[in-house]
Design a protein around this ligand. Structure first.
Ligand code: PTJ
Length: 261
């Protein structure tokens, strides 16, 4: 049991969730390593949503609201950490979620399906959400070999794809397919971050509630304003700002006489 008073309670609870998901067969073993890499970058950005990330979140929300057929692509880590928020966001959009796995096995597919049906069986039954990419993953992303390229037919129709914790190759392949890709990745240097249309450099469980908030707000907003938000957004500039932010933050900490190591 982790006491609530522990200074790193939130972070440790997230680890607990991942270990639990590993035991259930939802998470890939490598998912633990991927999370560790994320934690490192989160330390560097100060474990909070920066104004720079908020700019990306707003652009992403505008793009999702304007999309004709958006889809939320989820992997093991995303399901482990944020299945509730993913479903909530999907319900604000068109309800479409697709399971896209890097380490795809029959056992993991079954474990993930079980989790969705256990928690959201009613929503699936009454078609409030659709879960693709398991029983209907009969297609392949062009130019991407192996099982991580497996997708459903539905995925081809998506114009905007939200991909938390994606791998760079796949992001590149999705962009080549003509999709607009929104990535959530704490590492601004990753290939995913570099290749995505919009990269949100922030922690997944901090980002999703904000994304939901802005999607709700933007559904009531004038279309022209949303187009303007997207037009004014520049992903390369945003990533550069993020690197400068980290750089300046570390410099400031290094210069701080009271900073204890
Ligand atoms: O479930 P599967 O089979 O699809 O496998 C998923 C993993 C995550 C194992 C696979 O996609 C992988 O190896 O990912 P990478 O290449 O390690 O990339 C994961 C990225 O996500 C890294 O750049 C991390 O910094 C970032 N990341 C990790 N945890 C979080 C995160 N970004 C935001 N929020 C997090 N909680």
């Amino acid at each position: 049991m982790i006491p609530k008073s522990h200074p790193r309670y939130k972070s440790l609870m997230m680890r607990e969730k991942l270990v639990e998901a590993l035991d259930k067969g939802i998470l890939a073993k490598a998912g633990l390593i991927a999370h560790g890499r994320g934690e490192t970058f989160d330390y560097l950005i100060g474990e909070k949503t920066t104004d720079i990330a908020l700019e990306s979140i707003k652009a992403a929300a505008a793009m999702l609201v304007l999309a004709k057929n958006p889809i939320i692509s989820v992997n093991g880590n995303t399901i482990a950490l944020a299945i509730d928020e993913v479903v909530q966001l999907a319900k604000e959009l068109n309800g479409k979620i697709e399971v896209n796995l890097f380490y795809r096995t029959k056992e993991r597919e079954e474990a993930i399906k079980r989790e969705f049906y256990k928690k959201f069986g009613e929503d699936i039954k009454f078609k409030k959400i659709e879960i693709h990419g398991i029983d209907d993953a009969n297609y392949q992303i062009p130019n991407l070999d192996s099982l991580r390229g497996r997708i459903s037919k539905e995925f081809f129709n998506a114009d905007v794809v939200l991909v938390p914790l994606e791998d760079g190759d796949r992001t590149e392949a999705l962009v080549k397919m003509g999709k607009k890709v929104i990535a959530i990745d704490l590492n601004p240097l990753s290939r995913t971050a570099q290749k995505a249309t919009i990269t949100i450099v922030d922690e997944l469980t901090r980002t999703l509630p904000l994304l939901i908030k802005y999607v709700k707000e933007f559904k009531k907003t004038d279309k022209e304003r949303l187009i303007k938000i997207i037009k004014e957004y520049d992903n390369k500039k945003n990533l550069k700002k993020m690197l400068l932010y980290i750089n300046e933050r570390l410099k400031k900490l290094g210069d701080d006489e009271n900073f204890a190591i």
